[in-house]
Design a protein around this ligand. Structure first.
Ligand SMILES: [Zn+2]
Length: 358
């Protein structure tokens, strides 16, 4: 709870220490917290409950907060103008978008809250500064004539300078290897990652699926960041295996222990690469799977992924059962078998047994 807050800042205006006057009248300043910086990068916050480590992205936005033992406290994603996409009230860290102080932690993502950017207050709700730019405009750059505009109205240049936005940097190297192989088998193209762990197209092949190529090209070039995590790592962070179903999270979570286990069907049709495309279709297009009560319906996502299978000449998925793969009661079992139905190119239906190793 905040009463009156006093801050001690360095010569560049960065907060070094905070004191509270909880009743607003007391003359006793209570130490609230210290901020540890490396230049303009916030590294850690220390208060009475201990130390929290801040993991900023290349813009300085706080993306991940971990506690002293390395457990995840919160994870943040922001839209290009600074509205938080992930749930905004996960922690009490004030340094949010580009590492600037969010003024009211109670009113984030509304027009009541602003980011204090030293010279001016910035509204992440409007994507505009609230006062005139104190620096003169550059006559040769019309975007700079607008005195309230944020970063010359081109926030994505700064959010996403290389235009690559499927973030695979949270995966281990063996998960990454499996995913790149799976994507190549499924789509027909060779994909890789750049030095920041972002997905890139390495080579487009003639026999690749056009639908998959266009879809992934578009997401790679989009302003939005799609962060991919492994299910095991996600559970480790959350500390409980059964929280997946209830967690609010815009990340793509893949189960790397899934393995299609049948010689009856082309193994390229259902692998970790097709799982990524399936989950990306949910997130990027906002599409839902059909409810389990209508087991014969495929739903728009499976239909979309089937289009790619058709272009590749692979068996298509003939049934969709979400329950078959993520049943809660399965989680304790070491080996889980699920039956998936695929329609072969000739029209015959084949059952495929999917085995999850745990
Ligand atoms: Zn789905």
């Amino acid at each position: 709870m905040w009463g009156i807050r006093y801050t001690v800042r360095d010569l560049d205006g960065r907060v070094l220490r905070e004191f509270d006057l909880l009743d607003g009248k007391s003359s006793v300043w209570n130490w609230a917290r210290d901020y540890i910086w490396a230049g303009s990068r916030l590294l850690a916050i220390e208060d009475a409950s201990g130390r929290q480590h801040i993991h900023p992205d290349h813009l300085g936005s706080t993306r991940l907060v971990t506690d002293a033992s390395g457990n995840r406290v919160s994870y943040h994603e922001f839209d290009p103008l600074g509205m938080e996409i992930t749930p905004p009230y996960q922690d009490d860290v004030r340094m949010k978008f580009t590492g600037h102080e969010r003024d009211s932690l109670a009113d984030q993502n509304t027009f009541y809250d602003v980011d204090y950017m030293h010279a001016r207050d910035y509204s992440h709700y409007f994507g505009r500064f609230l006062s005139l730019d104190p620096a003169p405009a550059d006559p040769s750059n019309p975007q700079s004539w607008h005195p309230y505009a944020y970063v010359l109205n081109n926030p994505t240049l700064f959010v996403d300078p290389t235009g690559m936005s499927i973030d695979l940097s949270l995966l281990t190297s063996s998960e990454l290897g499996a995913l790149m192989q799976g994507l190549e088998d499924f789509t027909g193209n060779k994909y890789g990652v750049d030095e920041r762990g972002m997905l890139i197209l390495l080579s487009a092949n003639a026999d690749a699926s056009e639908t998959a190529t266009n879809f992934l090209d578009e997401l790679i070039a989009s302003d939005r960041v799609y962060a991919v995590e492994s299910r095991d790592r996600f559970f480790k962070f959350r500390g409980a295996r059964d929280k997946l179903e209830t967690a609010e999270c815009s990340n793509i979570i893949l189960d790397f222990s899934d393995q299609a286990f049948s010689k009856k069907v082309d193994m390229r049709t259902f692998n970790i690469g097709s799982s990524l495309v399936h989950e990306l279709a949910h997130t990027a297009m906002g599409l839902e799977d059909p409810p389990d009560s209508t087991p014969t319906a495929l739903g728009p996502v499976v239909n979309f992924v089937n289009t790619i299978r058709r272009e590749r000449g692979f068996p298509e998925r003939a049934r969709y059962f979400a329950r078959n793969i993520t049943r809660k009661s399965d989680i304790q079992n070491r080996i889980v078998r699920s039956k998936l139905k695929f329609r072969m190119p000739g029209g015959r239906i084949r059952n495929v047994t999917l085995v999850n190793f745990r």
